[in-house]
Design a protein around this ligand. Structure first.
Ligand code: SLL
Length: 235
């Protein structure tokens, strides 16, 4: 697991961004953190840790293949909708389930995945919006995150002009890269997932940091990528 943590305390002009990795390295600030925890334990069962923010970079979207001229017209494409951690982060420690809400023309359109890979593969003929709900583990102590993936089966004219007509070999990929923000994480989440991770200090642009400060927990869209004919992102 690799998550990015950003601290709000300003030690100097620059903000600190701390990257967390799943290693056995002990936390250099653990005694300070313990003091914060003990202070808060008196007040609440599962307090939030002040002045801390965790960023979980995720990626979600769809990959679609045309099945060729001989395919049945109602099953002209095979597609996969997915939710993953960016850079192979394992989401399991944070995520309890991912629910994909498909178009009602599909049998049992509500698909619930309780372990990775969080994805659904189907065949069909049409594009539609897929509702995604990420439920976090109880110790994370946060509301579900709701996302929307636009299933894309047909490349746009400009993509066809650049890459050529649709063939069965060219995947059409739409990937959204976002960062889930856990501002003032719960003590239980802190203890189970975050505290045992390695810290790496990173710098952050001031503008981005300001936008984040305004939210309690939220999401920032980092990037949306649409690729046609590129095969590196196959699920
Ligand atoms: C459209 N509003 O008209 C969209 C709806 C629905 C796609 C697309 C079902 C496949 C199956 C399927 O592909 N539905 O029957 O198994 O384009």
């Amino acid at each position: 697991l690799c998550i990015v943590q950003r601290r709000e305390e300003r030690t100097d002009e620059k903000d600190e961004c701390i990257k967390m990795e799943n290693t056995n390295t002990t936390n250099a600030n653990s005694s300070e953190n313990k003091a914060i925890l003990e202070n808060y334990l008196d007040n609440e069962q599962n307090p939030r840790i002040p002045d801390e923010e965790f960023i979980l970079p995720i990626s979600y979207g769809s990959v679609a293949y045309w099945l060729g001229k001989k395919a049945d017209e109602y099953h002209s494409h095979e597609w996969t909708v997915f939710v993953r951690g960016q850079n192979n982060i394992d989401l399991r420690e944070v995520v309890e389930s991912v629910t994909f809400q498909l178009h009602p023309s599909f049998a049992e359109p509500k698909r619930v995945l309780t372990e990775p890979p969080y994805e659904v593969t189907e065949t069909g003929w049409g594009e539609f919006e897929i509702g995604i709900e990420i439920k976090f583990r109880p110790e994370v102590g946060e509301e579900k995150e709701k996302l929307m993936a636009n299933l894309k089966l047909f490349p746009d004219a400009d993509e066809v002009a650049k890459t050529g007509p649709q063939t069965t070999k060219k995947p059409l990929v739409v990937e959204n890269r976002e960062e889930l923000i856990f501002h003032k994480p719960r003590k239980s989440f802190w203890e189970k997932v975050v505290k045992k991770s390695k810290r790496v200090v990173e710098e952050e642009e001031e503008e981005k940091e300001d936008a984040r400060r305004k939210r309690h927990r939220g999401i920032t869209t980092t990037i949306i990528i649409c690729m046609y004919g590129v095969s590196s992102l196959h699920p």
